[in-house]
Design a protein around this ligand. Sequence first.
Ligand code: SF4
Length: 483
Amino acid sequence: MLKEDNPFLKAWRKGLKSVALVYPNRYVGGISNIGLQYIYAEINSREDFVCERFYLDVFNGLRSVESGRSLKDFDIAFFSLQYEEDYFKAVRILKKSGFKGLKVAGGPCCMLNPKPILRFFDAFVIGEVENSRVIDYILEAKSKEDLAGIEGIYTGLEDRVRRIKPKKLDFHLKQQIIGEGAYGRCVLLEVGRGCVRHCRFCVVRQIYSPPRWRDVKLLLEVAEAYKGVVNKIALIAPSVSDHPKIKELIAGLVEMGFMVSPSSIRADTVDDELMELLVAGGLKSFTIAPEAGSERLREILKKGISEEDVLNAAKIAREKGIMSVKLYFMIGLPTETEEDIHEMIELVRKVREIIPKVSVSINPLVPKPHTPFQWLPYTGFKNVREGMIELNRRSKLIRKELSKMAEVSIEKVDSFALQTILSRGEEDVADLIDMGRATLKAAEKLGLLKYLEEIPVDRVLPWDFIDHGYKKERLIKEFEAIM
Ligand code: SF4
């Protein structure tokens, strides 16, 4: 039984139109997603509608949390697609449930490239729905055709779709469901969207532009209402510590008696004062994402974090009593050599000399749509097969060296290849999703390994039809600068 505060328990009556909000992954992730909480509250605030939630690990995603009703009994299903791997689970839920109503999907995957899942849904939301009429249109629609041509919606019938977004974040969700989520039992405070940085591998800068921050006064007001209800606040944003008044915000929350959990802190924003505030807010372990081991590769990534920043943040953290740190790196970066891998190992060793407990998480790079890396071959090697063999060898080397001094987790080269196919593919990727076989072997049989190859810059890309407001020439320039 889920222990939740504040769910809407709306009585069903005749004539009520029903919306299923489906998160095809675990409850802990779904309940920590403030965008979903917004849609849920928005639909339930309307008299003639009821919205109930579905999670993969609650009734296998086939019955709702609130009333236990079957998905097939709902009029509209709204799926949130946060990760490409969830495509398989989403389609399995759709098939098993026998759902026949209007199928809509939203989330970052749809904003990047909905083509691989176009076959399974009637419409996709491209953008952020607040302050738009997109939810109204979806609730009124009976078919895909009813939604065709509407701003911020892609049905497969449009040649071009412009992303929608609120200009200012001068609002915040007030009534939240409090459940046991990724940050524990807490209130979510979304401090901002987008990012002021320019990391070349990252989709945030592209699909959530421009960077927008919420006012500290508004955020503190939202938190104030939860005094005595929860003791923890999670701060949500792609780069929380870039908020221009982050210290004032954390100080205000700590003063109200809250523990504060930030979703991310950039190493180069850490100073004594910020770390003291974070420790006062209950921070026990600290996360740094250098992404690459060598200065040279970090420059290619445009990460803007130096080795000095990383070591300085570690020193400050240690001085303020933090005993454990987590480091994030990627492998398979363009122009990466074994020397860069040795520099990564060396950097971890230096951090380990400062902080007693170090854990390291390593992912192969997925060259994501809409970023300057979108044309890269997976693994960074022109010959992708050889690149995958080499990345596996590098993973082994890293594990051997790092496990002497840190806890290491390295994601599989094959799984991230599959993620690349799901991310950069065309409509034919739907055959793989339809089979429900999330393996590279199955992708190979269907001839989908082509999506791992380098893409010529003059080719029309499956996701070019989405207008995120950037100029493709800029991406080409940045791509050519790294090669
Ligand atoms: S700082 Fe983080 S969120 Fe911002 S562009 Fe870089 S990786 Fe993306």
